[in-house]
Design a protein around this ligand. Structure first.
Ligand code: 13P
Length: 258
């Protein structure tokens, strides 16, 4: 009988990304990168700074030759056109951006981004060689109703609809429970692990065990230097997407959590 090829967890490299959100002018970005760069550049994990659009040139210039990658926080679902105020994947790619956050709960909540649009954006980003960091996560009400797993499974399925296995493998999923974002209350490691495991399971159902074993799944929501290690050491958690703490010296500790 042919042996089923599976991949061990150990082959997934951790990825820790800072989501600066709408913080840091270009000059402030320069100061923050100066502070964080030495410790982030020697980290064992992949490290990404997801900065506001206007900080991208500064970040790329300062991080040239380093192991730290630059990510954007959003992208439009079309290549170009009459979409005032938007930024396209070819624009980001030409600058040298590697990652892009797609479907963050703040975009879903404040900019009415629905699952179908998230799916379109992921496809467009990948078409242009950007790696999506796709956010999913439940509200407090959904958790209280006991529908967290169902909800996150559905979000994941729609996000990845029509995406080929080889593309899916490269995508990073960020499980970010909305009740944990910016609240100072992170999910308990076992809560985060339960949902990340369920996400990996649904990937396995949609694709196969190989894609599921390769895909990197982050946890995000009030990660701090004090909580990073116990979260990131869970078997199905492959790093984190960090908001508030990515704007401080703490981020250097978070990326060197082990
Ligand atoms: P906080 O780390 O500030 O809770 O933000 C998490 C987040 O939304 C990262 O994308």
């Amino acid at each position: 009988m042919r042996q089923c090829k599976t991949m061990s967890k150990a082959t997934r490299k951790k990825i820790i990304a800072g989501n600066w959100k709408m913080n840091m002018t270009p000059s402030q970005a320069r100061d923050l990168i100066n502070m964080l760069k030495p410790a982030c550049d020697t980290a064992e994990s992949d490290v990404v700074f997801c900065v506001p659009y206007v900080d991208i040139p500064v970040a790329l210039d300062m991080l040239k030759g380093s192991k730290i990658s630059v990510g954007a926080q959003n992208v439009h679902c079309r290549d170009n056109g009459a979409y005032t105020g938007e930024i396209s994947a070819p624009m980001l790619k030409e600058l040298g951006v590697k990652y892009v956050i797609i479907g963050h709960s703040e975009r879903r909540q404040f900019f009415a981004e629905a699952d179908a649009l998230v799916n379109m954006k992921i496809k467009k980003a990948m078409e242009h060689g950007l790696i999506p960091i796709v956010c999913v996560g439940e509200t407090l009400e959904q958790r209280k109703q006991g529908i967290t797993i169902d909800f996150v499974r559905t979000q994941t399925k729609i996000a990845l609809m029509g995406i080929a296995p080889d593309d899916a493998k490269q995508i990073v999923i960020a499980y970010e429970p909305i009740w944990a974002i910016g609240t100072g209350e992170n999910a308990k490691p076992e809560q985060a692990e339960e949902v990340c495991r369920a996400i990996r399971q649904v990937i396995g159902e949609m694709y196969d065990t190989n894609v599921a074993a390769n895909m990197r799944i982050q946890y995000g929501g009030s990660v701090t230097a004090a909580t990073a290690a116990e979260l990131f050491n869970q078997p199905n958690i492959d790093g984190g997407l960090v908001g508030g703490a990515s704007l401080k010296a703490d981020f250097a500790e978070i990326v060197n959590y082990s």
